[in-house]
Design a protein around this ligand. Sequence first.
Ligand code: ATP
Length: 360
Amino acid sequence: MADISISHLVKTYPGGADRATDDVSLAIKDGDFTVLLGPSGCGKTTLLRMLAGLEYPDSGSISVGGRDVTYLPPNKRNMSMVFQSYAVFPHRKVRYNIGFGLQMAKVNSKEIERKVQWAADLLQLTPYLDRLPAQLSGGQRQRVAVARAIVMDADVLLMDEPLSNLDALLRLTFRSELKKIVKDLGTTTVYVTHDQSEALSLGDQVAVMRKGRIAQLGDPLDVYDAPADKFVGGFIGSPPMNFISAAVTDSGDALRVGDQNLHAPSMLRSFANEDIVLGVRAENIGVATDRSSGDIPATVLVVEPMGSSVLLTVDVDGQSIKVQAPPTFRTSPHQTIWLTFSPNTMRFYDGATSMALEAK
Ligand code: ATP
């Protein structure tokens, strides 16, 4: 079993003013695919490197399958790592590169040959086994790096932005292939990325990191639908979640946006007479050219046809928000359109702390 328990990990680099990881705790189930997601500098690579044994924490612990590995060197952890930079040997053939780790581990040559062939078949590298890395495309080189990691039968697979050197189309194709390969292998995997769509598509669970801490841990849909704070809602989703300043009325049953009223869900009763922030995703706002009861007006600022939808930037009482309309929706700048908000897709945040509101 390779379940991972990360407990209160703190890491500060010499000369670093802030903690690179600040009291990070995380439980990962055996065979799960966990994605560490966050903006540059939030500490995801540091966390991955501590898992790999390439860095040691100042305090806290890491255990794998119940064994404390916190201060073990990398070669005593039975983990494989795929780096962003491929890190393949340029003057050695693909065959050698894939089998390198096995050779270091003194596996016999017949077994190395068998496993190299297995991984090459899986990653569609068989025709290239006798080529040098320079004779491969970026995508093929990245496959070599993945092949080299999976032949090791490691308990844990660690990947640091493995797709970021690929072009957009290749990224998309390789992403689904990687998901299938890793799931079929059933190896516990920790994957670092700053790309939110990659995180949502690959992860069984996603840990969104900010300033060395985990801002939210959850399955991709939870993190997308119910961001724990405004940072997560703004980081995940394209476009990001809309945040609209609003006020709960005295009676607590309506939400005022400018001089318009929206029906307020019952959880807002306890926030009567308070200013709050309404969070809503662009695709959860209904649009119409004619008014229905409960709708609020908006002025169209920008119309962007996206193929499968039309992305509108609209003004609601001086606040600019994004709305995703059906592809057939026709409008133009300056036109007034009507927006519908449905209570079950609205999220509410504290304007001061940015945290999701909980019913009092
Ligand atoms: P990126 O996506 O840009 O790689 P990241 O989320 O992986 O970012 P880390 O590389 O873990 O972030 O860095 C976390 C913090 O630690 C940053 O503030 C960074 O400047 C600092 N840091 C990372 N490595 C070192 C180092 N070797 N020495 C000093 N500070 C470091």
